[in-house]
Design a protein around this ligand. Structure first.
Ligand SMILES: [Zn+2]
Length: 273
């Protein structure tokens, strides 16, 4: 029997959520014979629980979400989403080299297919490539069925596997949203779902200092930092690299090194908790 641990709790919460999803309408039907308002309560509450599990990025109720990594050193894991980007990837790689930092790039399959030389460049400079779906359907992935999830993961993975000597072992859902169908598909493929410890909301904010301050405030040993590339290109073409430069500089001042953790270091609970 597997030992009880926070990493295994998700099995029970998943079963409980599915049981509630089935039981709530039956209970509502039973209660509707006496009071219609009362009958709606279990249905409303069950929907709230299902939405929470689905729409809160680091929630592990549907399955494990990696939120930090184990280390005794002053190390953080820098992850960069939504590339590769012809406007940013080369600048980001130069910044990483300048600060002797390593990073994992969660790339969108369609963009990787369009700019294969950038994938080669990322890998040849010592960084890691990971799966961030093929089309990045940020508005619909949370509600996608198994077939859509299957194709988003596999189309991206198919392309990443074509990169010599590398198999992407990590997956991040678009904007971190995942539903009950995502984890079974990931575990069939041996992929881990990666969340984060801290984010700077760099897809929404326009002030790089604010983005950097938020991330540096949340940085601690074993933290997963999420950044983006290829955003704000029209209004502020250098926004993403400027954010990264401030963050790398701030991390260096605080003595943190950006590393790529080994699989056995990955943890489902956030660093410092
Ligand atoms: Zn993304």
């Amino acid at each position: 029997m597997e030992p009880a641990s926070p990493e295994n709790n998700w099995r029970w919460t998943r079963v409980a959520l599915l049981a509630i999803a089935v039981a709530a309408p039956l209970l509502g039907l039973y209660l509707s014979r006496s009071n219609l308002i009362l009958a709606l309560a279990p249905i409303f509450l069950s929907h709230l629980l299902l939405l929470y599990a689905t729409l809160v990025p680091n929630c592990s109720w549907w399955g494990p979400v990696i939120q930090s990594f184990h280390t005794t050193e002053p190390e953080v894991w820098l992850t960069i989403d939504d590339g590769p980007s012809p406007a940013h990837t080369a600048k980001i790689l130069d910044l990483l080299e300048r600060f002797q930092a390593r990073a994992t790039f969660f790339v969108i399959g369609r963009r990787a297919e369009e700019y294969p030389h950038l994938i080669t460049e990322i890998l040849s400079r010592g960084h890691e490539i990971a799966n961030h779906t093929y089309t990045h359907p940020s508005g619909t992935f949370w509600a996608a069925g198994p077939a859509r999830i299957f194709s988003e993961i596999d189309l991206c993975a198919e392309f990443l596997r074509s990169t010599p000597d590398r198999t992407a072992r990590l997956f991040r859902a678009p904007v971190g949203l995942k539903n009950l169908f995502v984890h079974p598909e990931l575990s069939r493929r041996g992929l881990a779902l990666i969340g984060w410890t801290v984010r700077g909301f760099d897809t929404i904010r326009r002030d790089p200092v604010l983005v950097a301050e938020t991330i540096l405030r949340g940085a601690r040993a074993g933290a997963i930092i999420v950044m983006h590339e290829g955003h704000h290109l029209e209004k502020d073409p250098d926004f993403n690299p400027r954010c990264l430069e401030l963050i790398l500089s701030g991390l260096a001042e605080r003595g943190y090194q950006c590393v790529i953790p080994r699989p056995e270091q990955l943890r489902t609970r956030a660093a410092g908790k």
